[in-house]
Design a protein around this ligand. Structure first.
Ligand code: AMP
Length: 190
């Protein structure tokens, strides 16, 4: 069963992202995603992914692209390109996840293992201020608070957004990271 709770009151800045749509009672939520690619034309994979994720709602901001050292992966792997994306969507979390996974597959992802190289990986970091714990979906994403490759791009577009369980802002989570949390640098197209 999906357990969606709302443990903290909406702050003023967050409240603006929650409103009833003109078409009914669906609530539009702001969703933060982390996208990563370390196979093929990595930047093209990210851009195509963002374009296709536009079908799930309205893309409201996209961070710069960062080149990041592989962490939490098996064996030697190419460096990743990562970015963060904010989308406003009326989809329910489960629908959103299944459509995001569809976008990964459309970009050619083959699931040969959870920590294997990938053309496109889409992680749901935050879904409004929902807390979700099901077999298929954990939100906030469990890696959010300790992954520099997630927090650096996210801090660019949402530094003051807060983790609903830790009650820390993205900026604070980034400041608390140990220095050995993996190299992350701005990427420039050659
Ligand atoms: P991976 O892409 O290898 O990191 O794993 C993807 C799987 O993790 C998906 O099939 C989801 O069911 C599951 N999952 C659990 N929580 C999340 C989340 N917050 N965002 C994306 N996938 C998630």
């Amino acid at each position: 069963m999906t357990n969606v709770t709302d443990p903290v009151p909406h702050r003023r800045s967050e409240r603006s992202a929650h409103y009833n749509s003109a078409r009914g009672n669906q609530v539009k939520k702001r969703i933060y995603l982390s996208l990563g690619s370390n196979i093929g034309d990595r930047a093209k994979n990210l851009r195509s992914g963002i374009e296709q994720l536009g079908d799930l709602g309205t893309v409201v901001s996209v961070s710069s692209i960062y080149e990041t050292e592989p962490v939490e992966v098996t064996g030697q792997q190419p460096w990743f390109l990562n970015c963060a994306v904010a989308i406003e969507s009326e989809l329910m979390p489960r629908q959103f996840l299944s459509r995001a996974l569809w976008v990964e597959r459309a970009l050619g992802r083959r699931r040969s293992g959870t920590r294997s190289p990938r053309t496109l990986d889409v992680d749901i970091l935050l879904f409004g201020d929902s807390v979700i714990q099901t077999a298929e979906l954990t939100v906030p994403h469990p890696g959010l608070a300790h992954r520099r490759f997630v927090l650096e791009p996210l801090a660019e577009i949402a530094p003051e957004v807060r983790h609903p369980l830790l009650d820390l802002s993205v900026r604070q989570m980034l400041e608390q990271l140990p220095s050995n949390a993996g190299a992350v640098r701005r990427w420039k197209e050659e």
